[in-house]
Design a protein around this ligand. Structure first.
Ligand code: 6CS
Ligand code: FE
Length: 304
């Protein structure tokens, strides 16, 4: 339920999920590319993103530029004070640091990267508006015992648990380490963003305490995943330090665990359109904490 100018308006739920007793794949009801030719992306890139739901840039940043961020990643990962904070999520089994959320609030060095014009301007063009941070995080995926992330659509979670109304957000993954075929790179199903999978299974209270370590609710059933895979296959977002992958909020993605000695550590920045700010969660539960879903600061990012 959202309230506008004192009137209680029912916010229509265009993307219900976790309420039925059977999964359902339905066409998305939103554009994929909201903007036009104004911006850094060429027509061919916009068409590729429209069709596939992602765009990869081999070296949007140089390795030299990311040295300070890599050092910050090491410092934060080893800082006992950081470990104790609610923004830090640890691996269920090894206890190693898995993610640090709201990283743009906790590290001016990483914030500068998140606000870099090279990524903000691409997000503005894809979303057709000014943008703000919905969520930022570092996913460490440490070597030897870095757990994976099961297949999911981010939008399904952000809609149901955070109250994100429409599919008008984009994630940007910036590689701080080599992302190889063997150390748990991001995997995407091309074209899966064009269908919305309504999942089965009720959202538990404080679901994030479990889902950020190992998501089991709001994930695709085997038959739906098979159908999406049969249609689009799997793209593996391999890349060196400084490679960047933009992926649409509803694209089905996941990543395997990492048993190699090589960490796969990326900064993830989620840009949301300022026209798509959060309303009450559609699951009817209390909103997730601010460090996971920004529902306070919708000021447009001033790109650096
Ligand atoms: O729930 C979320 O917002 C987080 N969960 C996953 C698996 N991807 C997006 C985000 O990090
Ligand atoms: Fe995700």
């Amino acid at each position: 339920m959202s309230v506008v100018a004192g009137k209680r308006l029912e916010t229509v739920d265009l993307y219900p999920s976790r309420i039925g007793d059977a999964p359902r794949l339905a066409p998305r009801q939103d554009p994929v590319v909201w903007g036009g030719p104004e911006g850094p992306l060429e027509t061919a890139q916009l068409e590729f993103y429209e069709r596939n739901g992602f765009l990869q840039f081999e070296s949007l940043f140089s390795a030299d530029e990311l040295r300070a961020c890599q050092e910050e990643l090491r410092r934060l990962g080893q800082d006992p004070g950081m470990r104790a904070r609610e923004e830090t999520i640890t691996e269920a089994d090894s206890g190693e640091v898995r993610s640090i959320f709201a990283i743009h609030e906790l590290s001016p060095i990483v914030r500068k990267l998140c606000e870099d014009a090279r990524v903000v301007n691409i997000a503005r063009q894809l979303l057709g508006s000014e943008v703000y941070f919905h969520q930022t995080r570092i996913n460490y995926k440490p070597g030897f015992r870095g757990n994976g992330f099961y297949w999911h659509s981010d939008f399904e979670t952000w809609h149901v648990e955070d109250g994100m109304p429409r599919m008008r957000a984009v994630s940007c993954s910036i590689s701080l380490t080599e992302n190889t075929e063997y150390n748990g790179p991001l995997m995407l199903i091309p074209g899966s963003h064009r269908k919305y999978l309504s999942c089965v299974g009720e959202t538990p209270e404080d679901h994030y305490r479990q889902s950020l370590k190992n998501q089991e609710i709001g994930v695709p059933d085997d038959a739906s995943l098979q159908a999406l895979f049969d249609e689009g296959g799997i793209f593996v977002a391999k890349g060196g330090v400084g490679s960047v992958t933009f992926f649409e909020c509803n694209v089905m993605h996941g990543s395997n665990s990492n048993i190699t000695p090589l960490p796969r550590s990326n900064v993830f920045v989620v840009f949301n359109s300022v026209e798509n700010t959060l309303v009450d969660p559609f699951c009817g539960l209390k909103p997730r904490p601010q460090f996971i879903a920004n529902r306070r600061d919708f000021a447009p990012i001033q790109a650096g």
